[in-house]
Ligand binder design. Structure first.
Ligand code: GUN
Ligand code: ZN
Length: 439
């Protein structure tokens, strides 16, 4: 199953073949279609039988922090206090290469166990944290956008860089890792958020972007009211939080802004003009009590959108669980903001956002997000029978829509029967490696 267009624009955008086969060679899709049509033409090919399951493009997590993996589920605080109490002390450890390597491997295992094959990842302030996650992703042939966070103020001294040290480190990492031939790695210039970067640092971040066209920019934006008030005080010359990034020329089609919970009317124009992507993080927003984003309004305005788990503020690596949370945010918003006519998140829209929609938002639609010939063979295979409850609910389902909705509301890593990266089955759940044909 996949999408060839945005289902909100084209209701026939979803493709599904009941007994389908995907033919993979050299890490790419060679053909996809009904097994009855394709199977007779395949000789000397290993066939992996996934009948009864649903195969789709691997999930895309558009915002996640790997150094926060070990502090997921830390109790009791909202954003700024949570950063001070839990996040910064944990991130301090990532200046140690061996320590960072251990977590980087565990982190990629966990992504793959959850069917996520592409992620946009924040490191810590230490350049070695970015180096380590790139190296680990490279060994697995994964597509990854990552960078070390830049932060030169308002964080503990031991975690502060300087505008120049962050610039120099990022320039070296871009040289070493960004879109090198034969890799699927992309560098993101990563000022953590406007509150922790001085104007001098944002200027140098923009300079990196100018000097290296094609690098990503990855930051946080408009997550929490206290954060927003603080940032506005720190940058009184800018007309809004989003305008700070705009004024410093950090917004473009390769900019990923995590959150966008509390937006201002002017923001839609800025997002539309620059093509920046908003990575919505529903699990994190509910965990930190940040607020309820307005997904229908952002969709109507044509804003480039993707979904992020935002682990460790998000409470699951699972994009299925994160979609369940996105659904609940749209439901809550209808009630809390008295918007009875607003729609709850549609099933197609949900799965689109974590596959082709996410790929488009990141500019990867030529490589991933669809099951079309020539695309990279990154898949997730979902099992609608994975748990007794899923199996029961699925047995009562009368349509693919219902089966998919059950997977998204009841599923998690247990529903991921297999994950493939460039056609290779990932042995992350103790399962056997597979062959080159995937059914
Ligand atoms: N804003 C600045 N840093 C962070 C972070 O680590 N997590 C979240 N959720 N928001 C942030
Ligand atoms: Zn975040």
């Amino acid at each position: 199953m996949d999408f060839v267009a945005d289902p909100a624009v084209d209701p026939s955008a979803r493709r599904h073949v009941d007994d389908g086969i995907v033919v993979v060679a050299d890490g790419r899709i060679e053909a996809a279609g009904p097994a009855s049509a394709l199977l007779p033409g395949l000789a000397d090919v290993d066939v992996v039988d996934h009948r009864g399951r649903i195969l789709m493009p691997g999930f895309i997590d558009a915002h996640i922090h790997y150094p926060q993996m070990e502090m997921i589920a830390s109790h009791g605080e909202q954003l700024l206090a949570w950063l001070r109490r839990y996040t910064f002390p944990t991130e301090t450890r990532f200046g140690d290469r061996a320590y960072a390597e251990g977590i980087a491997e565990a982190f990629l295992d966990e992504l793959l166990r959850n069917g996520t094959t592409t992620a946009v990842v924040m490191g810590s302030v230490h350049p070695v944290s970015a180096e380590v996650i790139f190296a680990a992703a490279q060994r697995r042939g994964l597509r990854l956008v990552a960078g070390q966070t830049m932060m030169d103020r308002n964080v503990p001294e031991s975690l502060q860089d300087t505008p120049q040290s962050a610039y120099d480190a990022a320039a070296a990492l871009i040289e070493a890792w960004h879109e090198r031939p034969g890799t699927r790695l992309h560098y993101a210039v990563t000022p953590r958020f406007a509150a922790s970067s001085s104007p001098a640092q944002l200027r140098l971040a923009a300079q990196l972007r100018r000097e290296h066209p094609g690098v990503f920019v990855h930051t946080h934006w408009a997550e929490n009211r206290e954060e927003i008030d603080w940032v506005r005080q720190l940058y009184p010359q800018s007309a809004s939080y989003l305008r700070i990034y705009d004024d410093f020329e950090l917004l473009g089609p390769r900019t990923v802004l995590a959150h966008g919970v509390h937006t201002e009317p002017d923001d839609l124009e800025v997002l539309g003009r620059t093509g920046a992507t908003v990575a919505l993080c529903p699990s994190s927003n509910m965990f930190l009590g940040s607020g309820l984003f307005d997904l229908p309004r952002l969709r109507r305005a044509g804003v480039s959108l993707a979904i992020g788990t935002d682990v460790g503020a998000g409470t699951s690596f699972s994009m299925l669980r994160t979609l369940a949370d996105a659904y609940k945010v749209t439901q809550l918003r209808r009630a809390v903001y008295d918007e009875p006519d607003a729609r709850a998140l549609a099933v197609d829209e949900a799965f689109y956002l974590v596959t082709l929609g996410g790929a488009r938002a990141l500019g990867f639609e030529g490589s991933i997000g669809r099951l079309s010939p020539g695309m990279e063979a990154d898949f997730v295979v979902l099992d609608p029978q994975a748990t007794p409850l899923l199996a029961l609910r699925t047995s009562r389902a009368e349509s693919l829509d219902e089966r998919l909705f059950a997977l998204m509301m009841l599923g998690d890593d247990r529903a991921v029967a297999a994950t493939y990266v460039q056609g290779q089955r990932q042995d992350v759940a103790g399962r056997l490696p597979g062959g080159s044909g995937v059914r």
